[in-house]
Ligand binder design. Sequence first.
Ligand code: TEU
Ligand code: CA
Length: 633
Amino acid sequence: MINDKSRVKDVYATPIGRDVIDKILLQLDRSNRMITNPLVSNLRISTVKKLTRDHLDDAFWESFYWLLNLEKDRPSEGNPNPSWPWWKEAVFYQIYPRSFADSNGDGIGDINGIRSRLDYLQSLGVDALWLSPIYDSPNDDNGYDIRDYKAIMDEMGTMEDFDLLLEEVHDRGMRLIMDLVVNHTSDEHAWFQAALADPESPYRSYYFFRPGADGLPNNWVSFFSGPAWRYYPDQDVYTLHLFSEKQPDLNWDHEPVRQDIAEMVRWWLDKGVDGFRLDVINYISKREGLPDGDDTIRDLITYGGIENYYYGPNLNKYLRDLRREAFDLYDAFSVGETPGIGLEMGRLLSGEDRKELDLVFNFDQLEPPGKWRYDDYLYDLNYLKKYYIKYHTRLSDNDWMSVFWENHDNPRMISKINPDPRHRRRLAKMMMAWLLTMKGTPFVYQGQELGEVNQKFSSIDDVRDVEAINYFAELSVELGEASAWATILAGSRDHVRVPMNWDETSGNGFSTVEAWLPRPEQDQGWSVAAQEEDSNSVLADFRRLMALRKQYTALRRGSISFVKEKSHNYFAYFRQWQDEKILVEFNLSDLSHLRSQASPGDKLLYTDMKLAEKEGAGRRRLLPYEAAIYLCE
Ligand code: TEU
Ligand code: CA
């Protein structure tokens, strides 16, 4: 048990303590030597408490101890015999169905649209598709608010369409995973409707209903602005919603909820679905009594209350149960979306011996210290490099990580790194080379294979996302509309939700009518059609890189070792499997950089083709944002 008598090093030795301290150090841009040096590491917490009295009150320490003492387990430091399931060697491709392809001319992407593009997907060489939600939903949060888990949203098509899609994906040797959104349902779900209609309903316990009498039940805030509680005046009750007010949280402590969810998961797996991505799955277990969030923590990370549910008391148990009662019966794959968790928590959720999740999506790589998604800043790739070095230095053979930096919730990475259009192509290629040669399982988001960048939205009327709309309203009051809009433009999730850029026609080959979220501008030369015609396109290089990944086991299974770690703006690593050794090197800047690692006998497997032609072999410098891959002699 961690208590006042414990020393700093005892706290740092616990997985949660380590993750929390590492996160604070990261924000302060300090190395962990600040903690591991004997002077600090031997301090008693009671002393630290005194030293930090002005910033951290008793409530903070109470929450911190509670969190630390929750987790008795430690990540396993090895696995002599790691397994090689398909998903460790696969490349996943995420489809945002609303924006992929519209088959019936209503401006909304649908299942038959996806079916019509399966040849394209197969031609990319990707192994598995992940579909964002296509279930019946009133679309308050684009399908992440599910009304009926076993029905298809009208706009998406029918269950027959889905069955055909699944069959056709399998016929092409690919796999399909779905999105499982079970932290919350829609308020229009039958369970919630029953619960709301009758206080005596058994479904009342499926959610968090609290009496209205004394005002807000606690101080938790919603990720989509405002308090996390919706008030129903007729009944004088509140319900908890961590996301929009139309997304009430399910009460996982109530066993029938867990049973119904397991049954629903089996129902889909029985259809032949290959697995699921589990939406905000680390939020499902809330601290008993739903106590107030600590003010200091709220001030640090804005999401008041989060320490009470982001790695809750029964999280590990609920995941194990769900795996045993559904996933394992079908040998199905699972990747958990786990915002906020750190490296060690991730290992506890996805270690091979743990039997919880296969993989997690951790988000620490998306923003450097002190930044968050809505900040307008340039992302320094040296930070991404440091992140992967840290992870791969720490992970054991019992762990496997997901590799990604784009999805439907985040702006395009190229725009964050360097929005100068002159660098777009090479930067996009370099990021692809990175994604596809880093150790772990890559997840590509639709359009990433084209080098997509952010959209030129001009006002709040151009965006559709509930998060952005709510946040704009909140910010406008504080800052005025102009500066509120600048913030929305930097971070809006709609940058990546515009229709896929299939061709150069007015509807971009996505639809014959105006899309539900129009692209504000044509992006000439960057469509699929244009890139198919260009052997030096990002798309062409994506396929080249995919082919290399298929050809060389080292790129999929190989160990990773980093070289010249300290060299600024330069990132290089070896991947090795048995006798096969591959060197990958990147220039992380827009200036040329000395190429330092390859030996003369190494065979160049990949670089931007135009560069290779122009400069020939034996060049001494890497050009701006150049990636090079060699087979070592
Ligand atoms: O996102 C969860 C999440 O915490 C964030 O990444 C989210 O984008 C939010 O903006 C935090 O401010 C998942 C889904 O990926 C997202 O699309 C959903 O809106 C959300 O859960 C609710 O289901
Ligand atoms: Ca449609």
